[in-house]
Design a protein around this ligand. Structure first.
Ligand code: ADP
Ligand code: F6P
Length: 319
């Protein structure tokens, strides 16, 4: 194996650049050339491919986003497009590809593997929604972003004695809400894995008021959604003022935290090693601080186990 290619795909995540850097540097260290593909599978189909060198990844370890840029490309789900991609890779003398992204990106990598390209996936998404790995690149940074934002909202909520409903990202996964909710000392955390009872929520807010709480912080996962409607409902039912804030894409930006940079560097290094070992159709992950790798299909088939203990802890701590 003399040459590999690398792309980032799906939603960007802070730390992706650190993974890109690690892939390039570990490959070069082992005498392997790296071609960068811009804008994910869309760029691959448009031959947006260039040779990377040591300096292509200088000064990016601390930067958010992805220097390779990213895209969502629906066409890539079609077999004809995947075959075209294989031909393009072949023209460039590329038979091995590392894909940094989420489950959708991994499905694309698996399709390419079935057509003969050696592929390895690196989990890069703020959502932390992949069951096979304890952490995905970007999750820790997103939590810190939410933490900072909620602390600011808490100041103004306290001053006004308001209820603050903060909607955070995560698609159908409640991890960003659950972990940030604990870190922010939220009074309530609403996540799709658990659902919620509106009457209980109102009772909780009124109990908090009776106890003398000056604010009420509710972290709501986007998988449940409806922050503005919920704020209106809370106002009507409690007589308290309520404000909704949808944090949105701010959660995807910013410099990665140290844990994300280190995780991304370890993932990038292991992905290259797997290709050197002749492996394909695998994804890297982390479990109990050890880097692991699994078959892509097995990894995607794993079902997430809801951490009910952590959810219970959040309830107890918000007493
Ligand atoms: P993520 O990788 O973050 O989950 P998406 O679900 O949007 O993000 O997937 C990213 C890209 O991966 C898609 O735009 C598409 O190009 C590719 N992809 C997603 N699902 C498949 C699939 N079933 N087969 C082939 N490619 C796919
Ligand atoms: O998967 C990352 C994520 O930020 C989700 O949390 C969110 O639902 C989605 O991407 C937003 O996608 P887009 O950037 O296409 O609006």
């Amino acid at each position: 194996m003399k040459r590999i290619a690398l792309l980032t795909s799906g939603g960007d995540a802070p730390g992706m650049n650190a993974a890109v850097r690690a892939v390039v540097r570990v490959a070069l260290y082992n005498g392997i050339e790296v071609m960068g593909i811009r804008r994910g599978y869309a760029g691959l189909l448009e031959k947006d491919i260039f040779m990377m060198d040591r300096s292509s990844v200088s000064d990016i370890i601390q930067r958010g986003g992805t220097v390779l840029r990213t895209a969502r490309c629906d066409d890539f789900k079609k077999l004809e497009c995947q075959k075209k991609a294989v031909d393009i890779l072949d023209d460039y003398g590329i038979h091995s590809l590392i894909v940094i992204g989420g489950d959708g990106s991994f499905r694309g990598a698996q399709d390419l593997a079935k057509l003969g390209v050696s592929t390895i996936g690196i989990p890069g998404t703020i959502d932390n929604d992949l069951a096979y790995t304890d952490r995905t690149i970007g999750f820790d940074t997103a939590l810190n972003t939410v933490h900072e934002a909620v602390n600011k909202l808490r100041d103004t909520s306290t001053s006004h004695g308001r209820v603050s409903i903060i909607e955070v990202m995560g698609r159908n996964c409640g991890d960003i809400a659950l972990y940030s909710g604990i870190a922010c000392g939220a009074e309530s955390i609403i996540i799709p894995e658990k659902g919620y009872d509106k009457d209980e929520l109102i009772e909780n807010i009124l109990t908090g008021k009776r106890k003398g709480k000056l604010h009420n912080i509710i972290v709501l996962a986007e998988g449940v959604g409806g922050a503005y409607e919920l704020a209106e409902y809370v106002e009507n039912k409690t007589g308290l003022e309520a404000r909704a804030t949808v944090l949105g894409h701010i959660q995807r930006g910013g410099s990665p935290t140290v844990p994300d940079i280190i995780l991304a560097s370890r993932f990038g290094a292991r992905a290259v090693e797997l290709l050197i070992e002749g492996k394909s159709s695998r994804v890297v992950g982390v479990h109990e601080n050890k880097i692991i790798d699994l078959d892509i299909d097995d990894a995607l088939a794993k079902e997430r186990v809801f951490d009910s203990e952590l959810y219970h802890l959040a309830e107890v701590l918000s007493l």
